[in-house]
Design a protein around this ligand. Structure first.
Ligand SMILES: Cc1cc2nc3c(=O)[nH]c(=O)nc-3n(C[C@H](O)[C@H](O)[C@H](O)COP(=O)(O)OP(=O)(O)OC[C@H]3O[C@@H](n4cnc5c(N)ncnc54)[C@H](O)[C@@H]3O)c2cc1C
Length: 491
C-alpha cells in the first residue's frame, strides 16, 4: 500500500503487503435505498452483501476506509465459538440453547470458508487451530472436551501433551484441543475482497462518509452525512466501538479495548523446527498469546489488552520476552511490524445482535472473536430483514447493558491484569506438578523395597489424592475423537 493508505490501516503486516485498495467516493448526493449499513467492517460488509444478493438496494457508509480497524488488523483466526466461554454460555441459557448458538458460530466459519473457496482466489486459508494448555489442568479440560465434543457436537480432537510438544517444541505445553475445521487467513485481504464481491452484488460503498445523525423513527429512516442525506427502510448499525456520538445509548454498551499484533523479521529454518504445526495456535487462557507462522518463516505474535493507552511500541519488550520464554531456541527476535486494533466488548462478552426498534438493526460487540461471528451476524440480519427470519432472537438473552463508562474500562483492565498474574503462576507451577506426577508414577511402578515403611506410602497417598493424568483424558470415549479422528456432528 502507498504511505497515505498505510496511515489509516496502521503499521500492519497485512497493509504492508496489500495492494492499495481502490478509494471509494464519499456520498455526495441525497439517495433513497432499501437498507443503509453504517460501518464498513466485516459485520457491515457481510450484512450488506447478503441483503444485496436478493436484489434489494443497499448503501454502506464508512467513516474512514473499508476495514481500516479491527476487521483489517486482527490475527486472522477463523474459529468457532464466541468471546464468552462456552461453559458460561451454557450456564446462562441452558444446553439446548447453547447448542444452537454454537452451531451458528460454526456456520460463520463455514460461510467464510465457502466464500473464500468460491469467490476469493487471492485469499489462502490454512487449516487448523490448536488451543493449548500451559497447565496440567485435566480436571478443567475433561469436562470442556466432553461438552464440546459430545454435548455440542463440535468437531474437535483431544491432543496429548506428547503430541503437542512434538509439534510445538516447548516442554511447558500440556494437552490441547484441536479444531481441524478452523483456519487462518489474511483478514485485510478477506475484507477487501468481501467489499469487492459486495459491490458485484449491487452494494454501493461510500468511504470517508461518517453518518452524523440518524432519525430511526418512521417507516423511512433518515441518515445525515457531511454532504448528503440518505433515506432507508432499514438501517444496520455495524460501527463497533467507533459508533460513538451517533447513538451514545448504544455505543455506551461496549467497552473499547486495544489489542496488539506483531510480525517478526524472517527467522529462517529454525522457526519451522520450533513450530511444526502450520495452523493457528492459542494459549488457552484469555490473557495468553496467539501465534502462527506467516510468509513461511516469520512469526506472527499477538495478545495484550489495554483500555487506556494504545501504544503498540510499548509491547515490544513484552512480546520479545514472551517469545523468548516460549521458544528460546529462536533467540532474540526483531519485529518488522507491530500494530494495535480496537475491539468492542459487551459486559456479557457476547455479540449484540438484533432489532433495536422497528427497522433499526444492530450487529456489534464481537470482541476478540469477530471473524466467524461477524459472518454469522451478517447472514442472520440479512435473513431477518429480507424474510422476517427470527433466528437472531437466540441472542436476546444478551441484552444491551450499559458498560460502566470509565469504571467499566477500569474493571476490564483490572480483570485482565489479575488473570495474567494468576495464569502466570499456574503456568510456572505446571512443569513442577508434571515432574511430581512423573516421579509418583515411577515410584508406584517400581518394585517396593522390603524395608520401605508402609506408613510413608499411606501418608503420601493421603496428602496427594490421585489426579487424572492428561494423557488419560476421556478423549477415547465413543463420541470423542482422539489423535486425528473427527467426531461426527450431532444431528
Ligand atoms: C488485535 C486484534 C486481533 C483480533 N484477532 C481476531 C482473530 O484472530 N479472530 C477473530 O475471530 N477475531 C479477532 N479479533 C476481533 C475482530 O477483528 C473484530 O471483532 C471484528 O473485526 C469486528 O468487526 P466489526 O465490523 O464489528 O467492527 P470494525 O472492524 O471495527 O468496523 C466498524 C466500522 O464502522 C465504522 N463506523 C463506525 N461509526 C461509523 C459512523 N458513524 N459512520 C460511518 N462509519 C462508521 C468504523 O469506521 C469502522 O470501519 C481481533 C481484534 C483485534 C483488535
Amino acid at each position: 500500500m502507498n504511505p497515505t493508505d498505510l496511515a489509516v490501516y496502521g503499521n500492519s503486516w497485512y497493509a504492508a503487503k496489500a495492494e492499495s485498495p481502490p478509494e471509494r467516493a464519499s456520498l455526495a448526493h441525497d439517495a433513497d435505498v432499501d437498507v443503509c449499513v453504517i460501518g464498513g467492517g466485516l459485520a457491515g460488509l457481510t450484512a450488506a452483501r447478503e441483503v444485496a444478493r436478493s436484489g434489494w438496494s443497499v448503501a454502506v457508509l464508512e467513516a474512514k476506509r473499508i476495514a481500516w480497524n479491527a476487521s483489517g488488523r486482527n490475527c486472522g483466526f477463523v474459529v468457532p465459538g464466541y468471546s464468552e466461554d462456552i461453559r458460561r454460555i451454557v450456564e446462562r441459557v441452558g444446553l439446548d440453547h447453547a447448542r444452537e448458538l454454537w452451531a451458528l458460530s460454526e456456520d460463520g466459519v463455514e460461510y467464510m470458508r465457502a466464500t473464500i473457496r468460491d469467490e476469493m482466489p487471492g485469499v489462502t486459508p490454512v487449516d487448523g487451530w490448536l488451543d493449548v494448555s500451559k497447565t496440567d489442568n485435566a480436571d478443567e479440560l475433561v469436562p470442556l472436551v466432553t461438552l464440546l465434543g459430545q454435548e455440542l457436537g463440535a468437531e474437535i480432537e483431544g491432543w496429548s501433551a506428547d503430541r503437542v510438544r512434538d509439534l510445538l517444541r516447548n516442554p511447558r505445553y500440556f494437552h490441547a484441543i484441536h479444531y481441524p475445521k478452523a483456519f487462518h487467513i489474511d483478514p485485510l485481504a478477506y475484507a477487501l475482497a468481501l467489499a469487492e464481491i459486495a459491490e458485484q452484488a449491487g452494494v454501493r460503498i461510500f468511504e470517508n462518509t461518517p453518518a452524523l445523525q440518524i432519525d430511526p423513527a418512521g417507516v423511512r429512516k433518515r441518515i445525515v452525512t457531511p454532504q448528503a442525506r440518505l433515506r432507508a427502510g432499514h438501517v444496520v448499525l455495524a460501527g463497533n466501538t467507533h459508533l460513538g456520538g451517533l447513538m451514545p445509548e448504544i455505543s455506551e454498551t461496549l467497552i473499547p479495548a486495544s489489542s496488539f499484533v506483531a510480525v517478526t523479521r524472517p527467522l529462517g529454518e529454525q522457526l519451522g523446527d520450533a513450530i511444526r504445526y502450520p495452523g493457528a495456535v492459542s494459549e488457552a487462557r484469555w490473557t495468553d498469546y496467539h501465534y502462527r507462522i506467516v510468509d513461511e518463516d516469520r512469526l506472527m505474535w499477538a495478545g495484550g489488552l489495554t483500555t487506556w493507552r494504545d501504544n503498540p511500541n510499548a509491547w515490544t519488550r513484552h512480546f520479545k520476552h514472551a517469545i523468548a520464554a516460549t521458544f528460546p531456541q529462536l533467540g532474540d527476535v526483531e519485529f518488522e511490524c507491530l500494530w494495535s486494533g480496537v475491539l468492542g466488548t459487551a459486559l456479557h462478552k457476547m455479540p449484540q445482535l438484533g432489532e433495536v426498534s422497528p427497522g433499526l438493526w444492530l450487529a456489534s460487540g464481537f470482541s476478540g472473536h469477530g471473524l466467524n461471528t461477524t459472518a454469522m451476524a451478517g447472514v442472520l440480519l440479512a435473513r431477518a430483514i429480507l424474510d422476517g427470519n427470527d433466528a437472531w432472537r437466540l441472542f436476546s438473552p444478551f441484552n444491551l447493558v450499559w458498560s460502566g463508562g470509565a469504571l467499566g474500562r477500569t474493571v476490564l483492565q483490572g480483570a485482565y491484569w489479575a488473570s495474567r498474574a494468576k495464569d502466570g503462576v499456574e503456568a510456572r507451577l505446571g512443569p513442577h506438578r508434571e515432574e511430581w506426577r512423573r516421579r509418583r508414577k515411577a515410584s508406584a511402578a517400581a518394585p517396593r523395597a522390603p524395608v520401605a515403611p508402609a506408613v510413608e506410602t499411606e501418608t503420601e497417598t493421603a496428602v496427594h489424592p490421585a489426579e487424572p493424568d492428561p494423557v488419560d483424558m476421556p478423549v477415547a470415549t465413543e463420541a470423542m475423537p482422539i489423535e486425528g479422528e473427527t467426531a461426527p456432528r450431532q444431528q
